[in-house]
Design a protein around this ligand. Sequence first.
Ligand code: ARG
Length: 456
Amino acid sequence: MSKLWGGRFAKETHALVDEYCSSLAIDTRLALQDIEGSLAHAEMLGKTGILPKTEVEQIITALGEISTQVRLGKINWDPSAEDVHSEIERLLREKCGPIAGKLHTARSRNDQVLTDTKLYLKQTGAELLAELKETKSSLVAIAEKNVNTILPGLTHTQHAQPVSLAHHFLAYFWMFDRDAGRLVDLLKRADECPLGAAALAGTSFPIDRHQTAAKLGFAKPTENSLDTVSDRDFLIEFLSFSSILMMHLSRIAEELVWWSTPEFNYVTLDDSVTTGSSIMPQKKNPDVAELIRGKVGRVYGALMGSLTMMKALPLSYNRDLQEDKQYLFEAMDLSLSSLKVMRLMLDTAVFNHARMESSLAGDFSNATDLADDLVKKGLPFRDAHEVSGKVVRYCLETGKYMENLTLDELKPFSPLFDQTSLTVLPHLAVMQARSSFGATGSKQVIQQIERAKKNI
Ligand code: ARG
């Protein structure tokens, strides 16, 4: 196939080299963005008088036709082509002959590919942001139904203090809120148009970079042509965001895996989001949750891969940078699909309230409150801690539940114990007592839900 750069070469490139260097299999996904960028560039070339209006019109019409063909999936990409940019130029040449060659005036593939990539990131990033919002809504919906659903809150995977299921899922709400914030923030920084930086140094043609930037919906053109063609910060920022998002998803996924075991039995995942076994007829497996957990590695891999790709790379464009898109697409696809399937699981999950509550029985997650009771009666917390610890030991030795103790049983441990000491012990009371800002008590959780809803 004919190259965009054949002139100075006396020999054809080896077929293996063509194959090795081609990014077509990856970057045809940028075809529409490539055309969008070319349309803006062509229009600007016309307006600035760099190209005659009639030629620009021909190019624009042909690009429009190619765009339709791309949308309809009607393009036969030449598998031996170098990349999507050369392919679209070939298709353009088929339609309008040698004039097609004028489109590349004052442009390089180096600024072109970045323009395409950033357009893709802006467009798909908006989709991802909408998906994050849906996930946040699903979490709020669960929270609203479970303000009074109580379950053990854990530290070190050990029962610590009871919390509400609403509070538990709102914890994830705020994680996804920070993720959304990171995405908005990185998209803002990425909102600078690379087009016109050309190969590395800009161009001698009187182009109007502000015009192309505005046309393509960017806030402004990038500042420095060298930085522009060698910068992949926006991509690494996206992969960092995506890694953190997937890490968050993996944490819910892990809990859903555990919670759906018979030992926990906190949740029943819907049949529509679980799978069976080819040998064991009884099985219903949380494969979706497991795969979210498993796929995180691919996104972390993309982040590590791109950081490694960039390490010590001298200015400006180097072909290494072509590897970037695979990482971006992988992380984008996995972020979107993982959010979607997580939402399916959350929206259809049935929580076993009775089981959550009964798992609190005799777990001593009320021991802090017994100590707090003494503190409120004047005992220093350290001493109260010691007393409550001794009561725990007494219960362990006698097989008793702290919440069932009588005042007669408590009195020998401290003269400060009285009737009110018994009222702090039920787990629901323990949960409700937590009334500080951001705490698990229902009054606070209801306010937290209000803030979450406002946030959405
Ligand atoms: N396919 C290339 C990429 O993705 C386009 C830029 C090629 N530039 C070059 N100087 N060979 O990076």
